[in-house]
Design a protein around this ligand. Sequence first.
Ligand SMILES: [Zn+2]
Length: 216
Amino acid sequence: MLRPVTTGSPRRRHTHRRPRSRTARIVLALVAAAAVLAVAALIVPMLLPPGPRPPFQLPVACGETWQLGTYPGHDDYDVDLFPIEGEAWGRPVLASASGTVTVAGINGSLGGRTPENPEGPRGRGGGYWVKIDHGGRWETQYLHLLEPPMVREGQRVVQGEQIGRLGSTGNSGAPHLHFEQRRGWEKVETWFDGSPSGITHDDREYTLRRTSNNCG
Ligand SMILES: [Zn+2]
């Protein structure tokens, strides 16, 4: 006759468990409390309502007039900036408002479009780019810079400070600055010098002109 084979009784396993010491319980409780606080510190600021709009200015040199535009498929509220006079390559790109740099690096891939080889291979994404946190859950983004940004992550910048030079890295057809303003989780219409830009939906191709009052 075969008998069922047992592989150790539950009762015996229980004899190996010892109650946790008081110290271990306190340490566990402290670790759990610290974890809850850490998560709260990350999440609570994201749930707070955004603060007032910072006094954004056009992210290019004081007094210059630039063309702002968009086109189908670009994405609502995204703005492409081209100078209406002079060479676009290498033009200073300025902080739209004061803040702290949160990203200064490469988005996607750079490609090979340079002043010497403007029809070089296209990259992907934003190329050399910068993100600035302006507080109150407001953020700006600057894409397709020519060279590694002139700022580093964590650096404090003031309005009008140069953060890079205009280029055509990433997925860019011609040298220009792709610029966005974000409030909380969402992109919003860009505002400059106290008024909305008028670049809203990307349902059609259109442009307009603005003169920079980013004058320090
Ligand atoms: Zn763009």
